[in-house]
Design a protein around this ligand. Structure first.
Ligand code: PMP
Length: 343
């Protein structure tokens, strides 16, 4: 009887093997064939599930984790959610330190998954004891049987994508992929995937996406971190004001910067036209792809894969709020969808 029941052990079975989807409407008129790798189909709705599971299972293999151990991380959202989800299933405690820039919704999501959250001031230097980096480090030092994921400086972050995202895209395109467009925060997704793809075919072009206000593009071009590049911006999860060691710049061919407004409008267009309700950085990837196309990067035979990192539900109070869009001055040119109140 029991054998007849078609059930999975838990939701960890739904990490990885995300679908590749054609994008005819948002790429209409562009030379090339365009696909989205939709990471929102992971159990925790983002690509970060892959690294959470991979890094936690690596620690288990090394004997660093036992039932009741604690997993600590600094995170503004997706990685924390994924770690909390994997921890809940595997019976670990999860402590996350986040910046006070994180939305209340995101913090509540982490708590809903059973995590303990420290909300830390965003406007203090990284070495201040109140910064989310320092708070995570001191929590980890104080707790026995705890590990610090440290995604920005952990090679296993990159390896997780080398082992899963890269092979999946190679397989799904039958080895025909010519261009990979991906944003870079920790750089784990772009570098791990790119390393795998370039080992298979060194001619594949890896096109990075960066934000105005982030140092990555300039660093890639000059090898120097230019503090003049640093400025506030709205897109969450891509770009950086430091150079993460999880990023392998040697497998990235170039970077393209996008504006907060263009990325927000592109994400809304993805939802409206392709039915893909994606996060802010997915809009950034689509926008960057259009800018690369305008520079003549692709031809009719190009097979272009864009990686869409997470789901739109995490941005309800930002890019999917007309009020927020209006406040930022991003609403002009956007179609106004009706809302009718029936009394
Ligand atoms: N998009 C979103 C929404 C993210 O949370 C992140 C992770 N910071 C990224 C893109 C970038 O991924 P990675 O850290 O692997 O470079």
């Amino acid at each position: 009887m029991k054998e007849d029941i078609q059930a999975f052990d838990n939701v960890l079975s739904f990490i990885g093997n995300t679908p590749l989807v054609k994008l005819p409407k948002v790429t209409e008129g562009l030379a090339g064939n365009f696909y989205g790798k939709v990471e929102a189909f992971n159990a925790g709705h983002s690509a970060k599930d892959r690294i959470a599971l991979y890094i936690i299972e690596a620690a288990e293999k090394k004997g660093l984790l036992k039932p009741g151990s604690t997993i600590v991380e600094t995170t503004s959202g997706n990685t924390g959610f994924s770690i909390a989800m994997v921890s809940a299933i595997k019976g670990y405690k999860c402590v996350l330190s986040v910046s006070d820039k994180s939305s209340a919704d995101k913090i509540d999501m982490l708590r809903a998954m059973g995590a303990t959250v420290y909300v830390c001031p965003a406007n203090v230097p990284a070495d201040d004891p109140r910064s989310y980096y320092e708070v995570a480090k001191s929590v980890q030092k104080e707790l026995p049987n705890s590990i610090y994921i440290n995604q920005y400086f952990n090679e296993l972050n990159t390896e997780a994508h080398y082992m899963s995202t890269g092979p999946e895209i190679w397989e799904q395109t039958g080895g025909k992929i010519t261009h990979f467009v991906c944003c870079s925060g920790t750089g784990g997704t772009i570098s791990g995937t790119a390393r795998f793809l370039k080992e298979k075919n060194p001619n594949i072009k890896v096109l990075g996406v960066d934000a105005y206000g982030s140092v990555l593009k300039k660093y890639h071009e000059t090898g120097e971190l230019d503090p003049n590049e640093i400025a506030p911006y709205k897109i969450e999860g891509l770009g950086k004001n430091l150079i993460p060691t999880a990023t392998d710049f040697s497998v990235i061919d170039k970077f393209m910067k996008v504006t907060d407004k263009d990325a927000a409008q592109a994400a809304r267009e993805l939802a409206r036209t392709e039915g893909l309700f994606m996060g802010y950085t997915s809009g950034a990837v689509l926008q960057a792809t259009r800018q690369y196309a305008a520079q003549g990067e692709f031809d009719k035979d190009s097979v272009v894969v864009m990686l869409f990192p997470d789901h739109g539900s995490r941005y309800m109070s930002k890019i999917y709020s007309d009020t927020w869009m209006e406040q930022q001055g991003f609403l002009d040119g956007e179609p106004k969808n009706e809302i009718n109140y029936v009394k």
